[in-house]
Design a protein around this ligand. Structure first.
Ligand SMILES: Nc1ncnc2c1ncn2[C@@H]1O[C@H](COP(=O)(O)OP(=O)(O)O)[C@@H](O)[C@H]1O
Ligand SMILES: [Mg+2]
Length: 725
């Protein structure tokens, strides 16, 4: 679905000469610097002069704006909406000559002029085989420029999200794109920190508070050269700017507990993406779920930052209030995947009037546009209308056709051509936190999340304790009789199978983590898969150790398994590694299967099969050779775990033989292992443990490889297709 961000990267951060994120890093946060330096972005002196020139060049004509001048920046910093908002009474847009940026500062951190031409998106038909492709976008052209907010508007299902996904290089699998998308006239593979995308679904860690979520993100995204207190201050400032001061310490909530509201979640997502002040910001319905006042404040803040920092903003907006609508510099109206209009807001009103759809007095233009082109309720309109009014489908046809042959279309085309001739400097990778910092922050965040989410480990610990007591009391002091051999084997198998099987209980929580990783933070380049894998291992190990030690001790000593602390330690180590191993296996499943219910079913199925051919239910030599013995028996981790624990248990013990068959004979533990249990005795129990560790590492590497390969395939598919990534 277009609305769902794909698990694939928008861009792959490429190593390149880095520069400090905020220059010069004079002890102040970027905003602080800007407030004190009205004309410049974080101290870039040359940028102002170029910016005033370029913004003059690219201003949507006649709007009377003077963005980029010292005075407008002062006004913007002081919160004057007129500095970035709309001045009423503007006329149509006029294109002026394009000036190529030349100053050193801009060469270092160029602004983004984004153009797209004749963009089409199709998706394979969902019907029977051979069904034609469904066209979602059809020949869309437009542009967005620095310091301005372009609104993509249209009825629900019109293709707004698809267009944003296309521009941001995040189209889902199975969707094919045509057309050309350029930044500053180039096919640009954007480096880290240059662009950000706030998607419709807010993927946030539900256990964190607003402050923690933004602060952790700041620690991940901002460079190590920025002192921690400043990162914290910057995070808090961004939160306040989004009107979230009161919700600062409220948990985000979601799966289990109710937390902040939908509108607040959206604002947290915006905060996180705006931390680094990207050059290009895509917003999908930033105002949905907000009341009109909040929408206005959020959008005016974004517009202000855009004007101040020369950020290019493209926002898909559903139903803007009049005030919000006034803030937009440009408008792209989409309906049924076609461009109904692209240009300035005043031009749009004029265009609708000229083509027979005038806006009624006192009706908001945005309402008028959307009502005219929403064809979802055409049937109802036709039935209820006494007069022979045009249906929205007819209106879309008329307007889309009229637009293609209008002056507005020509203007847009001319502007695109001018922008394509831009030849600014390449975007450089912004400096980010170091690998070690990211690892530390992620481990801390993940540890906190595991602690707060009772579904992750605490519930499991409680159940395991209960099971430990049940098992320990049912097999209370098994003793050393012949039948105790069977009992010992049962305890071992049950422990290995059940404790690991229940790892799927924590799967929903884990999938949430993976979603945040794969669908959001990884795509945004905040950190890599390796950091995630290592930090997850580090943060999970203490919990899994507790889970293995406490219930393990109870059942071990209650049931009277072989004596000796060293034997107990081995027992606990195997159980702990098995839990880590199964979690790693579930990681692989989470990377392949997108949904947690499906993941649980697949995980349970895979473990069920492994359990069956682990050598307990059917002795190893009796397993059918094809498939079950080779290779399944050797792949099953149960084999190595159970056999290791068997060795730990039986070596050194002796039992009276089966008195019914032969009396007064004892059998050694080794005989039990070799003959009765058919354990592979060529190697020690420590080798079993090492194999389990190796399997755990292999599964984690598989997860890493799957995410990487998926990314690679996606990039190859995207290839040099001229999309922003
Ligand atoms: N993967 C897909 N397969 C089939 N149809 C899709 C897919 N993604 C989006 N669409 C369709 O494309 C149209 C535009 O979707 P979208 O861009 O999400 O609309 P908007 O954001 O304007 O509400 C919708 O009719 C939607 O059903
Ligand atoms: Mg949408």
């Amino acid at each position: 679905m277009a609305g769902t961000p794909s698990p694939l990267p928008r861009w792959a951060p490429t190593p390149s000469p880095s520069r400090p994120l905020w220059r010069p890093w004079g002890g102040g946060t970027p905003d602080a610097n800007n407030h004190h330096q009205p004309g410049g972005r974080g101290g870039g002196t040359g940028s102002t002069s170029w910016w005033s020139l370029a913004s003059g060049v690219f201003a949507w004509g006649g709007r009377g704006r003077h963005r980029g001048t010292a005075s407008s920046n002062e006004a913007a910093a002081a919160g004057d909406d007129r500095a970035c908002g709309v001045v009423p009474g503007r006329s149509g847009c006029e294109l002026q000559a394009v000036v190529v940026p030349s100053s050193a500062a801009d060469a270092d951190d160029p602004r983004a002029f984004l153009t797209w031409e004749d963009v089409g998106v199709t998706v394979a038909g969902g019907g029977p085989r051979g069904a034609p492709d469904v066209r979602i976008l059809d020949g869309i052209s437009g542009h967005a420029r620095p310091g301005e907010v372009l609104a993509i508007m249209g009825p629900s299902g019109g293709g707004k999200t698809t267009l944003l996904d296309t521009l941001a290089g995040r189209l889902g699998p199975g969707m094919n794109k045509t057309g050309l998308i350029l930044i500053n006239g180039r096919l640009e593979k954007l480096a880290y920190g240059t662009s950000a995308y706030v998607t419709q679904d807010n993927m946030l860690m539900s256990t964190l508070s607003v402050r923690e979520a933004v602060y952790y993100s700041a620690q991940l995204q901002l460079p190590d050269t920025m002192p921690l207190p400043e990162k914290r201050a910057h995070a808090e400032r961004v939160i306040r700017e989004m009107g979230l001061a009161d919700a600062m310490d409220t948990r985000i909530g979601g799966r289990i507990t109710k937390g902040i509201s939908g509108g607040q979640r959206k604002r947290v997502s915006i905060c996180i993406e705006m931390l680094t002040r990207p050059r290009l910001l895509f917003l999908d319905e930033p105002t949905s779920g907000l009341d009109s006042a909040a929408s206005y404040h959020v959008m005016s803040h974004i517009a202000r930052v855009a004007a101040r920092d020369g950020m290019t903003v493209v926002a898909a907006v559903h139903q803007p209030s009049g005030d919000v609508f006034e803030l937009f510099h440009g408008l792209c109206l989409l309906a049924a995947g076609r461009t109904v209009f692209f240009g300035t807001i005043s031009d749009a009103t004029e265009f609708f009037t000229l083509n027979g759809f005038p806006c009624r007095h006192l009706r908001s233009p945005s309402d008028h546009f959307l009502r005219t082109i929403n064809k979802d309720f055409d049937e109802e309109t036709v039935e209820s209308s006494k007069t022979k009014r045009k249906t929205a489908a007819e209106a879309i046809d008329i307007l889309a056709t009229a637009y293609r042959s209008s002056d507005y279309f020509e203007k847009t085309t001319d502007q695109i051509i001018e922008m394509k001739n831009m030849d600014g400097a390449s975007f450089r990778r912004r400096e980010q936190a170091s690998f070690a910092t990211k690892l530390l922050v992620l481990t801390r965040r993940s540890f906190l999340n595991m602690h707060r989410d009772i579904g992750y480990y605490w519930m499991r610990l409680a159940i395991y304790m209960g099971i430990g007591i049940c098992l320990g009391t049912i097999f209370y002091q098994v003793g050393y009789s012949y039948s105790s051999i069977q009992s010992r084997c049962s305890i071992i198998m049950y422990t290995v199978a059940l404790l690991t099987f229940m790892a799927i209980g924590g799967f929903p929580s884990f999938v949430e983590d993976v979603k945040v990783l794969i669908r959001k933070e990884r795509l945004s380049g905040h950190y890599g898969v390796s950091e995630f894998v290592i930090s997850n291992t580090l943060s999970a190990t203490p919990y899994l150790s507790v889970i293995a030690v406490l219930p393990g001790a109870m059942l071990y000593y209650l049931s009277g398994l072989t004596k000796g602390v060293d034997h107990f330690i081995y027992f606990v180590m195997v159980v702990c590694i098995c839990c880590l191993l199964v979690e790693s296996m579930m990681m692989v499943i989470a990377a392949i299967v997108p949904d947690f219910l499906m993941g649980i079913i697949v995980g349970a199925g895979v473990q069920g099969v492994m359990m069956l051919n682990g050598g307990f239910f059917r002795l190893p030599n009796e397993l059918p050779k094809p498939v079950w013995k080779y290779p399944s028996y050797y792949i099953s981790f149960h084999k190595y775990a159970v056999q290791g624990l068997y060795k730990n248990e039986f070596m050194g013990l002796s039992f009276p033989s089966d008195q019914l068959v032969e009396s007064n004979v004892t059998i050694s533990g080794i005989q039990v292992l070799k003959d009765k249990l058919q354990v592979e005795m060529g190697y020690s129990k420590w080798v079993n443990l090492a194999i389990l560790c190796g399997m755990m590492v292999i599964y984690r590497m598989m997860f890493f490889a799957i995410v990487k390969i998926t990314e690679e395939i996606r990039q190859k598919m995207g290839g040099k297709r001229g999309c922003v990534r």
